[in-house]
Write a protein that binds this ligand. Structure first.
Ligand SMILES: Nc1ncnc2c1ncn2[C@@H]1O[C@H](COP(=O)(O)OP(=O)(O)OP(=O)(O)O)[C@@H](O)[C@H]1O
Ligand SMILES: [Mg+2]
Length: 458
């Protein structure tokens, strides 16, 4: 009987702890990491650092002086030396650690061993980043951060910089219009393109930026943000009226820059090297971000008559993409496919859109349209995105690399609320005022009765 009691007293709490840990690991991986995973992985790393580095071929022969010193002071065998390790810095999603490479070692050698290091230290993934010559940073990620996305607290936002998604190495993916002025987001239907757009709108809403939308799905994606939009076109006819106004606005801005520089107004636009950011604050026109959802709708025509309008719109979009940056006009284009089959001008416009984000696609050709010129592995990664994970995408980097990203979930109602709250920030762009969408003013709740009481006697 007493044996049973002892077993229950010891085994019960142990089983409860084990069960709790298993539950936390699947349902709350962040909590599991902070309480169990982090100490375990740190202990593994500290205990096995030298042997793991040796097994991965990341050690070098010790210098002759060191070998002599070891022989003179101890009787131990002289072992190869691993890269010098910095302090371990724990984070809420993993661990960070800097390594000083030995002469002759290459960051690519460490990167090539990332998979082996991840197994040796029992973490979800290991990423290697070049910090400065001779120093690399190992980023150990404790769990799959893209399963339930939570953006890091400090994610590097700013004017025209929107932390829009999370990278698989738990850093924020920032859409920076001043670094990458025009972006193309591709993906099959229900892959999460509009969610991506939603985050951009919400991120830009509190900033001094004019937001312009072209949403040929009759405005179902962008109309909820009407309160914060300076202009909205919900079909190709309206887009055909809006685009020339934007091109004219761009030309006026070039004239403004030219006037400031003292250049004759007859100088061709292409020869102006400066941009609106060189103008004094008081004169600088407000930046404009143009969102185009379902871009293919602008290209598709049913009749011969529409063809002329289509060609004009495509030319105007190409001009905006070509010359817009210096005038502070940026493009964010979304679509399901964007290939040569859309007709004249499609590939030319695509080539102008530097930033590439590819959500789940139905075929390899669509992934190639977005990422083909970045890397073949990026195309393969985009093709293997599962439909159960909407919002997951492959993003091309400015450095020529790529990474998996995922947007956090944001409901349309919450996004629309942010836009309503920042409605007073809509900047004055007179040229766009006639395209300003109608946004009903939000009812302000008051405690006064709806029906005025009448006195009982007159
Ligand atoms: N990051 C995310 N996390 C969770 N759910 C998401 C995420 N992104 C998108 N979704 C969900 O996936 C569904 C499709 O998203 P979305 O409307 O953005 O896709 P889409 O690519 O714009 O589709 P379509 O081409 O039909 O417009 C929505 O129900 C949305 O709530
Ligand atoms: Mg959509």
């Amino acid at each position: 009987m007493s044996d049973w009691m002892t077993l229950l007293e010891v085994g019960g709490p142990l089983a409860a702890l084990g069960g709790g840990a298993a539950y936390a690991r699947t349902r709350h991986p962040g909590v599991y990491w902070s309480t169990v995973g982090l100490p375990l992985s740190a202990a593994r790393l500290l205990g096995s650092y030298g042997s793991v580095m040796e097994a991965c071929g990341l050690t070098v022969q010790p210098s002759r002086l060191r070998a002599l010193a070891v022989r003179a002071t101890t009787r131990r065998e002289v072992r190869p030396v691993p890269p010098r390790r910095g302090t371990i810095r724990p984070t809420s999603t993993g661990l960070r650690l800097r390594l000083r490479l030995a002469p002759g070692q290459d960051p690519a050698d460490v990167a090539a061993s990332a998979e082996r290091l991840r197994h040796a230290w029992g973490v979800h993934a290991v990423y290697v980043r070049d910090v400065k010559p001779g120093v690399v940073e190992l980023r150990l990620v404790g769990f799959d951060v893209l399963r339930k996305v939570r953006m890091p607290r400090r994610s590097g936002g700013g004017l025209l910089r929107v932390p829009v998604a999370l990278r698989e190495d738990a850093t924020a993916f920032v859409s920076d219009y001043r670094a990458i002025p025009h972006q193309l987001t591709l993906g099959a239907t229900l892959s999460g393109k509009s969610m991506y757009l939603r985050h951009l709108v919400v991120g830009l809403a509190p900033q001094p930026v004019a937001l312009v939308g072209i949403d040929c799905k009759r405005g179902v994606e962008l109309a909820p943000f009407a309160a914060r939009l300076s202009a909205l076109a919900t079909d190709p006819e309206q887009a055909a009226e809006l685009l020339p106004v934007l091109v004219k606005e761009m030309e006026d801005r070039y004239d403004l820059i030219k006037a400031r520089q003292g250049i004759a107004p007859s100088t061709p636009d292409e020869e102006i090297t400066s941009d609106i950011w060189g103008l004094p604050d008081i004169e600088r026109p407000v930046p404009i971000v143009l969102f185009v959802d379902e871009v293919a709708e602008l290209f598709l025509v049913a009749t011969k008559k529409d063809e002329e309008r289509r060609d004009e719109m495509v030319t105007q979009l190409i001009r905006l993409a070509q010359l817009g940056r210096a005038a502070g006009i940026y493009l964010e284009v979304c679509g399901q496919r964007f290939g040569a089959e859309l007709g004249k001008g499609a590939t030319m416009l695509r080539a102008q859109l530097t930033g590439r984000v590819c959500h789940r696609v139905n075929d390899e050709a669509s992934a190639k349209m977005a990422l083909g010129d970045i890397a073949p592995e990026a195309v393969m990664a985009a093709c293997s995105i599962a439909p159960e994970r909407p919002g997951l995408a492959v993003a091309g980097d400015t450095s020529g690399g790529w990474s998996r990203i995922r947007t956090p979930y944001l409901s349309l109602a919450d996004a629309a609320q942010v836009c309503r709250e920042s409605a007073h920030l809509v900047p004055a762009v007179p040229a766009l005022s006639r395209f300003r969408p109608y946004a009903p003013v939000q009812q302000v709740e008051t405690s006064s009765p709806v029906v005025c009481p009448h006195p009982a006697t007159d």
